[in-house]
Design a protein around this ligand. Structure first.
Ligand SMILES: [Zn+2]
Length: 346
């Protein structure tokens, strides 16, 4: 098979198209012929070689992918050769304490496809049969590949953890990112009011188009809590969607109404924040961590996406052989929405 791979960690230029032996499906594995793959920031971290993700070289990146079933191992169930499918990128054991309780995202052996074993940037990828979701006939491979990681993370944060309700007002920090746009769309589907922050004037309109009711152009980190209070008659928002960290943390907390919930999945600006416990207990605040999502949540989300109720936002589609160009594009933060690789080209 042809694959986009790298022999050494580094910049976008380390990605090369080369030939690899075809993998063979064993046990319950399914070999998928990849038609489209989406880029995530995780791909960049793995390519650069950050210590949290150890991969054997040469490595094939890619968490999100869709395609056609090429072949199956003898114990694979629920799929047939030629099926159009979408891949759930969460890898889990199915046996441990958390898997048995449907919390696969906290599995003892949890990892993400492409951040340990070889991923979706190739003609063929191996995944367990449980990670295969049937793809409706009329749904494009590109749209399918665009949503699993980012949208499942946002779904788990808002629905699984913060329990967003239609009467809530949500503040999305870092709203023009893949996960931020997903949060806006999910919250609007749920019927909540959405306030959104972005740091880029040119992205403001696109954030609004994604469904945000009010968008604030963030130039001074200290000002957005006052903006959120002004727009909620001084009460504050019910839920803050965070993934930025120290740069926005204080204002995020101060934007919350009493009984407010803050949910976070990231630490883009650093891992440590200050927390005044008196402020937290005095206002009945809750802080939720969230990591990716569960298998059941993925099925719920996929059915909404497949029925057109939530429409993933795609920014740009590159051919697979232009993967290094696509990585540079993502790293330069030009995009509003998902960046994809497709065997159909751009
Ligand atoms: Zn497990």
């Amino acid at each position: 098979m042809n694959a986009i791979l790298f022999h050494e960690h580094g910049g976008p230029e380390v990605l090369k198209q080369e030939h690899l032996p075809d993998p063979v499906a064993q046990n319950n594995q399914v070999l998928v012929q990849v038609k489209a793959a989406a880029l995530n920031h995780l791909d960049i971290w793995v390519r650069k070689g950050i210590p949290a993700y150890k991969v054997s070289l040469p490595h094939v990146l890619g968490s999100d992918g869709s395609g056609i079933v090429h072949s199956m191992g003898p114990e694979a169930e629920g799929v047939s050769e030629g099926d159009r499918v979408l891949i759930l990128p969460a890898m889990y054991c199915g046996q441990c304490h958390y898997c048995q309780r449907g919390k696969e995202n906290q599995c003892d052996q949890f990892h993400i496809l492409g951040a340990k074993e070889k991923g979706t940037y190739g003609d063929l990828v191996l995944v367990p049969d449980e990670n295969i979701i049937p793809l409706p006939e009329n749904f494009s491979f590109e749209e399918a590949a665009s949503f699993p990681l980012a949208y499942l993370t946002a779904w788990h944060m808002l629905m699984g953890r913060a329990k967003l309700s239609p009467s809530d007002c949500l503040l999305v920090v870092g709203s023009s990112s893949g996960v931020g746009l997903a949060a806006i769309q999910i919250a609007k589907w749920k019927g909540a009011r959405v306030l959104a922050l972005t740091t880029n004037e040119t992205k403001k309109e696109k954030v609004k188009k994604a469904g945000a009711d009010e968008v604030f152009l963030l130039k001074d980190n200290n000002t957005f809590s006052q903006w959120a209070l002004d727009l909620t008659k001084g009460r504050g928002v019910d839920v803050v969607f965070e993934h930025v960290g120290p740069a926005t943390w204080d204002s995020s907390l101060k934007s919350l109404a009493r009984y407010g919930r803050l949910v976070t999945c990231g630490a883009t600006t650093g891992p440590s924040v200050e927390l005044d416990l008196r402020y937290m207990f005095g206002r009945d605040l809750s802080i939720f961590g969230a990591k990716m999502g569960t298998r059941k949540e993925f099925q719920e989300l996929a059915s909404l996406v497949f029925s057109g109720k939530i429409k993933p936002i795609i920014d740009k589609i590159f051919p697979f052989e232009a993967a290094s160009e696509a990585h540079a594009y993502l790293e330069n933060k030009h995009q509003v929405g998902k960046v994809l690789l497709s065997s159909q080209g751009s």
